[in-house]
Design a protein around this ligand. Structure first.
Ligand SMILES: NC(=O)c1ccc[n+]([C@@H]2O[C@H](COP(=O)([O-])OP(=O)(O)OC[C@H]3O[C@@H](n4cnc5c(N)ncnc54)[C@H](O)[C@@H]3O)[C@@H](O)[C@H]2O)c1
Length: 384
């Protein structure tokens, strides 16, 4: 190595959507952030030899494995990055913790709160640095929203509302299970839109607005049976296709959340709005570099919603990129998360969301799904 940086030798598991997003972030981070640690793309793992070999060559991994257990056993791996479907998270995290590896896990932490609790216990017992990829916290406009709220500009918060809308599962002919479609298979995913999409909205919400005490939800599975790619049979669909819930935050504010994969015309419309006593904030993933802000203390004749273009050098993360006025995108949120993780291990400090932070989201998802079944209010539990 030509420099005096400490190496962090990475073992990546999974080469799909997130395998690519994370590999891009690990590769780029040292070009844009000046950090004590430098990631080394040591090994990547997926189950098919030819495909994983091609991925390793395309993304610059030094080696590859077809069994994640072998990757975890290797002495030349410091950190394991889990980019596989939800049903694999617990087993991989427990093995990585037992081997004393640092672990970064994709969201949701697990399929259920019970699984998540086991993971938190194992990782904390092992004492290894850990993080969960709720990447939207590190979109600069969302990070700026956090700074504005923490500065007190909104005053008392009254309302939090969030949506995550898609339309890709409307066709009843779409099968469930296997590559790309594991999200429709409850055994692999754990739940539908609640764990997949609302988990993002919940993580952002509890980060910006604090804990959630209780929830009441409505869930629906619009297509009840689908062909299963792995069994070859028509099987019942066990996931929630749509979910809406109301909640009470610990700070006294009221929350309303909605997610569906049946909102024709919407591909990934993640939005949130927060209304406070003095000001409001709104954000929209489709226009992710902008933050909308309304301040009631402005002069009454020029008062209105401002659209803040979050590109100036004093705005979160933006001094690391181009010049003011030039925006960045979705993939940069992962680069920021890697940079913060590397800074955290250099300082010996945890970086959120940790497994424990992500377990709070898991508990809220669990309460939402339970309420969706029985229609009553559910208190959010705390298993760990
Ligand atoms: N943070 C985000 O915004 C975000 C976005 C998408 C997905 N995710 C999460 O990332 C995870 C992966 O989702 P994805 O969209 O990348 O899925 P994907 O289907 O695109 O890719 C999954 C990958 O895992 C591999 N895989 C499956 N089982 C494996 C095993 N036993 N051993 C090794 N490899 C295995 C598959 O071959 C594939 O390469 C999920 O937990 C998902 O919820 C997070």
């Amino acid at each position: 190595m030509a420099n005096d940086k400490q190496q962090l030798r990475l073992g990546m598991i999974g080469t799909g959507f997130m395998g690519r997003a994370h590999s891009n972030a690990w590769r780029k981070v040292s070009n844009f952030f000046d950090l004590e640690y430098e990631p080394v793309l040591q090994a990547v793992c997926a189950r098919t030899e030819d495909a994983v070999k091609a991925f390793a060559s395309q993304w610059g991994y030094a080696s590859h494995e077809t069994d994640w257990r072998k990757l975890i056993e290797r002495d030349d791996i410091d950190a394991v990055d889990v980019c596989t479907p939800n049903d694999t998270h617990k087993e991989i995290a427990l093995a990585a913790a037992a081997a004393g590896k640092m672990i970064l896990c994709e969201k949701p932490l697990a399929r259920t709160a019970a699984e998540g609790a086991e993971m938190v216990q194992a990782i904390e017992k092992a004492g290894v640095p850990n993080m969960v990829w709720y990447n939207y916290r590190r979109v600069p406009a969302v990070t700026l929203a956090k700074q504005i709220i923490d500065s007190g500009k909104l005053g008392r918060i009254y309302h939090y509302r969030a949506n995550f809308l898609q339309d890709w599962t409307i066709s009843a002919d779409l099968p469930q299970g296997g590559a790309g479609l594991w999200r429709l298979d409850v055994g692999a995913a754990g739940s539908g839109v609640t764990g997949d999409l609302l988990a993002h909205c919940i993580d952002t919400a509890i980060w910006l607005n604090g804990g959630i005490q209780k929830v009441t939800a409505m869930t629906e599975t619009f297509v009840k049976e689908r062909h299963h790619n792995l069994t070859g049979k028509v099987e019942p669909v066990g996931i929630d296709d749509a979910c809406a819930f109301l909640c009470r935050f610990s700070n006294g504010s009221l929350g309303i959340f909605e997610s569906t994969r049946y909102a024709r015309g919407h591909k990934a419309l993640y939005t949130f709005e927060i209304n406070g006593e003095h000001a409001s904030i709104a954000w929209d993933l489709h226009d992710l570099h902008r933050l909308s802000f309304f301040d009631h203390s402005d002069d009454s004749l020029t008062r209105g919603w401002r659209s803040i273009h979050v590109t100036d050098g004093d705005m979160p993360y933006m001094d690391k990129w181009w010049v003011p006025g030039l925006q960045i995108g979705y993939e940069h949120s992962f680069v920021h998360q890697v940079a913060d993780f590397l800074e955290g291990i250099a300082k010996g400090e945890p970086v959120g969301p940790t497994f424990r932070d992500a377990q709070e989201t898991q508990e809220i998802c669990e309460a939402v799904l339970a309420s969706g079944k029985d229609g009553s209010w559910h208190a959010v539990q705390n298993r760990v």
